[in-house]
Every structure is written in structure tokens, then in C-alpha cells.
Design a protein around this ligand. Sequence first.
Ligand code: HEM
Length: 225
Amino acid sequence: MNRKTILKIVVDIGMTVMLLFLMTYERIGAAVHEWLGMAMFVLFIFHHFLNRKWIGYVLKGRYTLFRIWQTILVVGILLTMVGSMYSGVILSEYALSFLPIKGGRAFVREVHMISAYWGFVLMSLHLGLHWGMMIGIAKRFVKELPAIGRWLLRGIAVLIAGYGAYAFIQREIGRYMLLINHFAFFDFEEPLIFFLEDYIAVMVLFVWVSHYFSKWLRRIKKKEE
Ligand code: HEM
């Protein structure tokens, strides 16, 4: 594996961990949240710098169903990232509180909520698109698993994704995405690890859905050729 690939993987893992902690908002402290949000933006730019070849090809070549889906996700993530940053800067009470931009808080708060929860789902779907590559890399280090081992891992993934569907409903993530709930609820009595576990399971759910969906889209692509 070359240096650039290793760097890409480190940045991707860093962004995934940051995203999970960003979703905890005040549970890690509001000021930490703001600094982490800005660090996320820096990594987001760096992630695009490392993947600039892909961006260079956006207006070139044929668009297969897989590529359309991939591009929709990329554009969606870009919008949610801009939304999170724009609203975060205005709402900031610590890191950027000195900035004289404060107006329209009620609207901006809703922009932040929609961007954060849609961003979380879209980034998880985006991760799922590249899951096959992660499996490929893991295979280089672990010798070929026997069939029973492969089915066991698949079974565990289904169980976690199933729990993720439950956590998605129980944590009312869909209600935040649709702005049915206007304020996010954080239980300060609950150990943070339970919150993170649930959000990891929701992430696994969307990675799982996206991995199989993209496999199916790729198969269509092959049939087209
Ligand atoms: C990808 C980046 C980010 C994500 C995923 C994210 C996520 C969240 C979430 C889940 C909440 C709680 C729900 C809500 O009230 O909207 C929240 C609230 C908040 N975030 Fe972020 N955030 C990000 C970036 C930022 C940045 C860069 C700042 C400021 C510099 C910021 C400042 C705030 C503030 C002030 C609140 C409280 C909003 C309120 O008063 O209701 N966030 N964020």
C-alpha cells in the first residue's frame, strides 16, 4: 500500500470518528464541539485535495447509474457540510463568538439541525460505497477466511444493522432530518458510550445498505457494458 492510500485511510477514519463525536454535541462540551466542527471542515477540504483526481473527472466520461448515485451523495454531503459550517459559525458561542454575524438564529438553528442529521446519513452512505475497497485492504492482512467465518461476519453485520434500524427510530433521527422535532434531546444521565454505540449501529446500517445497493448498481453497470 503506498503512502497516499495510507494517508487517505487515516483521514477517512479521522473524519468518521469526528462525525460520531460531533453528533454528541454538548455531551462532549459545546466549545469542544465547535472546535471539532472546524477541524472536521479542514479534514473535509484535505479529503477532497487527496481525491482531486475524482473531482477532475466530474464533467468527463459517461454517467452510469452507480456514478449518478455516487455523485448525488457527494453533492449532498457538500451541501450539508456548507450548511453545518455556515450555521455553526453564526450559532457559535465559544470558538467564533467574536464574529459580528448573529442574525436569524431560529432559522439558522434549523439549518444546523437538518445539515447535521442529513450529513450523518449521507456520509454513512458514502462510506458504504467504498466498503468493498476496505474489505479488499483487510484481505491483504488476513488470510482468506473459511466460508463459515465469512457468513459469521455477514451475520454479525446484519445484527448490528438491525439494531441500527431500532436505534434510528428510538433516537428519533428521522424526526430531526424532517424537522418534525425542532430541538435535539441529549440525556446527560446516560453514559456517553451508549449514545456512541447507538450512532455507530445507525452508521453500520447505512454503510450496509449502501454497500449492497452499490454492489447491485455495479452489476447493472457490468450488464450495460
Ligand atoms: C460537520 C460538522 C458538524 C456537525 C455534524 C454538527 C452537529 C451538531 C449536532 C448534532 C448538534 C445538536 C443538534 C442541533 O441543535 O442542531 C449541533 C449543535 C450545535 N453546533 Fe454543530 N455540528 C457541526 C459543526 C459545527 C461548527 C463548525 C460549529 C461552530 C463553530 C457548531 C456549533 C454548534 C452550536 C452552537 C450548536 C447548538 C445549536 C443550538 O443552539 O441549538 N457546529 N451540531
